[in-house]
Design a protein around this ligand. Sequence first.
Ligand SMILES: NC(=O)c1ccc[n+]([C@@H]2O[C@H](COP(=O)([O-])OP(=O)(O)OC[C@H]3O[C@@H](n4cnc5c(N)ncnc54)[C@H](O)[C@@H]3O)[C@@H](O)[C@H]2O)c1
Ligand SMILES: O=c1ccn([C@@H]2O[C@H](COP(=O)(O)OP(=O)(O)O[C@H]3O[C@H](CO)[C@@H](O)[C@H](O)[C@H]3O)[C@@H](O)[C@H]2O)c(=O)[nH]1
Length: 437
Amino acid sequence: MRLTVIGTGYVGAVHAACMADLGHRVLGVDTDAERIAALASGRPPFYEPGLGALLRRGVDSGRLTFAATLADAARFADTHFVCVGTPQLPGTGAADLRHVEAVVDGLAPHLGDDALVVGKSTVPVGTAGRLAVRLGGTAEVAWNPEFLREGHAVEDTLRPERVVVGVRSRAAEDRLRALYAPLLREGPPFVPFIATDTATAELVKVASNSFLATKISFINAMAEICDATGADVLTLARALGADPRIGPRFLAPGLGFGGSCLPKDIRAFAARAEELGLAESVGILREADAVNTRQRRRVVDLAERLTGGHLAGRHVAVLGAAFKPLSDDVRDSPALAVAEAVRGRGAHVRVHDPEAVDNARAAHPQLSYALDVAKACEDADVVLHLTEWPQYRELDPRALAAVVRRPALVDARNALDAHAWRAAGWTLCAPGRPRLP
Ligand SMILES: NC(=O)c1ccc[n+]([C@@H]2O[C@H](COP(=O)([O-])OP(=O)(O)OC[C@H]3O[C@@H](n4cnc5c(N)ncnc54)[C@H](O)[C@@H]3O)[C@@H](O)[C@H]2O)c1
Ligand SMILES: O=c1ccn([C@@H]2O[C@H](COP(=O)(O)OP(=O)(O)O[C@H]3O[C@H](CO)[C@@H](O)[C@H](O)[C@H]3O)[C@@H](O)[C@H]2O)c(=O)[nH]1
């Protein structure tokens, strides 16, 4: 089948490459000429494991091509996936739909009768209905929310846990089922194809991220209670997660959630519900957001405690800049928020990240960066472990103790081996673990 993917960022580039790998003919379209040039030569414009090989395979086979205009898109196919950004508006945190609207307005004059515009961007409930009116004519709008996680985007796309489509006709449902058929056939495990109306499909996405965000904030609220009572949040999380009704995933306590999705999506959802007069239904999301923001301050306070109560003039090493490991994405990165806050208290901050330094430097040019961990830690008064890259777990605490001014560590992700670091002479603290020495 033929399809286009409009917007080739973290979602669109992966969707385009994976759809081509399934055997479809795919045209990627983006307003960013540099991005299009990179993709067309088989180079991923960001770090995502497995994407490079898939892109090269698609480009070499001729099944994956790229273009710059929406007129090209309309000529190429009748099915158009919209994967442009829906960032947060200042103030209420509502979603900014200007890119989605620009795509619909730009496509409209070029579309044939049989066109299907399929949104993958995360949008407030009701958006597809509004866009259908805006699109006019006989072209149809459907919504197919995206659930991929950065760092696992290729496997999440090729082996999804479910495919959800919000459609307004049987024909649209059949077309999308046919597109995804190669994924649905590959089992076990069986992959449910859930066809519903567009409002439900839009809601599945924001409800799903809201649930995940609330689960993380729940365990972080428990970490606060642990800090006040001498209990241990890691043991608590392990015991909670052993109940299959709760489950162990998304119960990792620490610095909390960031990135381009969970924070903005719960705010946009809350703003939309408030617009509908349903503020009480989403009070829990405002609270999850507040708990999450508090975790960043708590980590800064731990750093301050380890430097004897004042950060001013201290040297602080920051391990991690990406919002999570296996990604170079620094959008709303908790690590960089902490780095900035520590700098705001007068500390000299040096940041290390295996993949995200270029993006971090572009977004936070006032911070200093180091290309290896030892350089970041040189003469540090405290080391902050803020993004749990697997390679940080392999660090030799003895070797690092010889490099720093004082062996003091905040393990804000509760991911390092506390015993090994303590045995190497480090003073440690971590959120929700008040009995660490
Ligand atoms: N990043 C994720 O993990 C993820 C996962 C699921 C859903 N989502 C949602 O998917 C959407 C896209 O997210 P992303 O992280 O890929 O964003 P992104 O910022 O990485 O990519 C968006 C792309 O759209 C392009 N673009 C903007 N306006 C355009 C236009 N008028 N025509 C063509 N291209 C245009 C931009 O140049 C950019 O390359 C958002 O709604 C997001 O909430 C993201
Ligand atoms: O137990 C946990 C799990 C995650 N996090 C943090 O939560 C954030 C988000 O993590 P994750 O969900 O793995 O990353 P994303 O790539 O942002 O993916 C989320 O957001 C995407 C965009 O909507 C969705 O498609 C995915 O399903 C959803 O998991 C990161 O800062 C993590 O460090 C925790 O603090 N504790």
